[in-house]
Ligand binder design. Sequence first.
Ligand code: SF4
Ligand code: SF4
Length: 142
Amino acid sequence: MPLSPIEGEPDPGGADCVSCGRCCHHGPRTVHLLEGDEARVLRRADGEEMLRRLTVLEARPPGFRFLRNGGERCAALDVSVQGRYPCGIYEVRPEDCRIVEPGSPACMEARRLGRLGSSVEFVRPSGNVIGSGATTWIGRRP
Ligand code: SF4
Ligand code: SF4
């Protein structure tokens, strides 16, 4: 179930993000990890355990690694306190998450829909569109 919409522009510095969390609500195979994202996680002492617990490595080529998702939201989202949505891995969150900046088109659509939508399209450097996860933002869909 999507969350309720949130009106208005968020604080550009991210001060509203923990009370919003809409862009962390989406479907499976949305947030994927590039090599640099994995390397960032593995620099942590608990990095390997974190990858096992929070990500899924697809068996089929080219073997993308995605953050786990039970169908509604990212597994790394901390929902232990009602109405608060802090990222549980904020310091090592993937690039997919970093490019959804407060006030960006993806952010504003997520706030309007209650979940990350599809007004933006993301592609791997190879040009393969893999969903509404992100490697390179190529713009709004018409
Ligand atoms: S939708 Fe926008 S305001 Fe909400 S958490 Fe994401 S970036 Fe922050
Ligand atoms: S890794 Fe963090 S910022 Fe990215 S979708 Fe998951 S909870 Fe949100």
